[in-house]
Design a protein around this ligand. Structure first.
Ligand code: COA
Length: 180
């Protein structure tokens, strides 16, 4: 997908969702290399090096060619930069997938992720024909819970000690949206 563009009225910034492309490595590394982002994501390390960014983009370019993907990631592009990303992982049984996302700290609180989740969900329920999208949120991440709730995701429960990160077991709060 490459969206036409979404306008965040609060920040007066426009973003688009598009696939990763060569040249994304530098802004990806610059914007994701943040302890406050890494602590909320199961698999993103801190520090995040340029080598990791290069490997990630190379992997995404390969995945983009796959006709029946099990992972789809979009860049949240602001002025040509990787300002964040949103994607569907574990696309399984042709009906469900886990959604994950992050945004550069300088854009937090501007309504961007609320809109990005809205766009990505439309794509998943429409183009991918999924019936269930779910997210696993760490207990302290109230902003993430809020953006999901604003998009009609419902809290389903807690998977206790479900994620192992930096040697610690963390509870996952599960939120899901169902296509009626
Ligand atoms: C979580 C994240 C994606 C939110 O993105 P964002 O663009 O800032 O989100 P929005 O501006 O669309 O909305 C944030 C909402 O959370 C609310 N919020 C922020 N901090 C909050 C807190 N500590 N407690 C309660 N609500 C909070 C905001 O008030 C806003 O709600 P409102 O519109 O009703 O006022 C962003 O902070 C981020 O990338 N964090 C690091 C990575 C991450 O957590 N990813 C998700 C993993 S599950």
């Amino acid at each position: 997908m490459s969206s036409k563009g979404v306008y965040s009225h609060r920040l007066k910034i426009k973003f688009i969702l598009r696939p990763f492309r060569k040249g994304d490595e530098i802004s990806l590394q610059k914007n994701i290399d943040n302890k406050k982002i890494a602590r909320n994501l199961a698999t993103v390390p801190y520090p995040y090096t340029i080598k990791m960014a290069k490997e990630w983009v190379a992997k995404k370019l390969k995945e983009n060619k796959n006709r029946q993907p099990i992972i789809i990631d979009f860049v949240i592009d602001i002025n040509g930069e990787v300002a964040g990303a949103i994607g569907f992982h574990k696309i399984e049984q042709e009906h469900r997938a886990e959604i994950g996302y992050w945004l550069a700290e300088k854009y937090w609180g501007s309504g961007i992720m609320t809109e990005a989740i809205r766009e990505a969900s439309k794509f998943a329920f429409g183009k991918l024909k999924l019936k269930r999208i779910y997210a696993a949120v760490f207990p302290w991440n109230k902003a993430s819970m809020r953006v999901l709730e604003k998009n009609g995701f419902k809290f389903e429960g807690i998977l206790r000690k479900n994620t192992l990160k930096n040697g610690k077991l963390i509870d996952d709060h599960i939120f899901a949206k169902i296509k009626k």
